[in-house]
Design a binder for this molecule. Structure first.
Ligand code: BMA
Length: 344
């Protein structure tokens, strides 16, 4: 663990929360909706598109009486400015099969003009990560599904040395003491179907405030100094009690950031050693299903050098923060490259 006292995690000063946060909530959804969060965002046609997770069928008061969510679906919305969204009339992307319990946490990436969604799937035999192709964000064709347990897959927005690349978070439990201790891995594929050459990219130990797990957040953002990778990074403290609707929520999710080499993204040039965004705003710490949760899932580099970072806030809404790419790169480089693992 770290020398940073637990309750003193702060966002980096270069991060600005959008004053009108959250930018997307259940109240904007024209069908049954309770929690709208963990959303993929891309530039699309003359504006932006978002695919978001929607948990529905239960209010906070009903939860307190023992009722639970009826289900999860994926909603779609469009925007001219990436801030004001118009949600489409129906959810999209339904996977129906006796094995599948739910599909959630979509991320979007455009590669060579083609749009892809990555997503998590809970099945009766484990958690899988999937990739689907789409022409219109309404109709999808599933391209591949991982073996369990794997989640939080994101695709790089271009091929490198002729290969597609993805970041992912497999969940080894048996070999890691039976608890959460999950890291970020990188794999490559010639066709998005067959994945291999998998390698550890960064471990929990590279994020000094985290003691639980890290995982890919947004699909990597290309800058002239390298790929910016936004992550989640979790610290757990079992003395934490009620944080949100549940009686106990011991985890805190922060956003982190690291920088990968442009031509060889398996090389980590720098890891920011402090949280990029720590839960601080009331919609992250006070109100919502699981407070103390900042879960980045999309990032867009704008022409003027600002990065829009979208994140799930308290597993309840979608919020937006901005930072200059230059400052983010600097914060990563100051943290230095990934250190070799210290064996006991
Ligand atoms: C993870 C996923 C995310 C969620 C996070 C915090 O395990 O379920 O969808 O945002 O926990 O609850």
């Amino acid at each position: 663990m770290t020398d940073i006292p637990n309750d003193e995690l702060r966002s980096l000063p270069c991060v600005t929360r959008w004053p009108g946060n959250p930018v997307l909530t259940a109240s904007q959804v024209p069908y049954d909706s309770a929690l709208v969060f963990n959303a993929g965002v891309i530039r699309w046609r003359d504006g932006y598109a978002v695919a978001f997770r929607n948990d529905y069928g239960c209010t906070e008061a009903e939860w307190a009486e023992g009722k639970r969510f009826r289900g999860t679906n994926i909603g779609l919305a469009f925007s001219r400015d990436g801030i004001n969204w118009k949600v489409e009339d129906e959810p999209v992307f339904h996977m129906e099969d006796a094995e599948i319990q739910r599909v959630y946490d979509p991320r979007l990436t455009v590669i060579g003009g083609e749009a892809f969604m990555t997503f998590a799937v809970d099945t009766h035999h484990g958690l899988r990560g999937g990739i689907a192709r789409t022409d219109d964000l309404v109709h999808y064709e599933v391209v591949s599904m991982s073996v369990p347990d794997n989640r939080n897959m994101v695709l790089f927005p271009e091929k490198i040395n002729g290969m597609y690349l993805r970041l992912e978070r497999p969940m080894p439990v048996y070999s890691r003491g039976g608890k959460d201790r999950f890291d970020i891995w990188i794999s490559e594929s010639p066709d998005l179907v067959y994945w291999g050459r998998s390698e550890l990219l960064a471990g929990v130990e590279d994020f000094p405030w985290a003691n639980d797990k890290i995982g890919p957040g947004a699909p990597p953002v290309k800058t002239d100094r390298g790929w910016l990778v936004f992550t989640h990074a979790v610290d757990r403290d079992d003395s934490r009690g009620k944080h949100g609707w549940e009686n106990k929520w011991p985890k805190r999710y922060c956003a982190g950031v690291m920088l990968l080499d442009l031509k060889d993204p398996r090389r980590v040039l720098g890891v920011c050693r402090r949280p990029l965004i720590a839960p601080e705003a009331p919609y992250e710490t006070e109100y919502g299903f699981r407070t103390n949760t900042v879960f980045p899932t999309a990032a867009i580099l704008e022409d003027e050098g600002t990065v829009k970072i979208y994140y799930g806030a308290a597993d309840t809404s979608v919020a937006l923060a901005t930072a200059r790419a230059e400052d983010l790169i600097q914060a990563c480089l100051e943290g230095g490259p990934r250190k070799p693992v210290q064996l006991p």
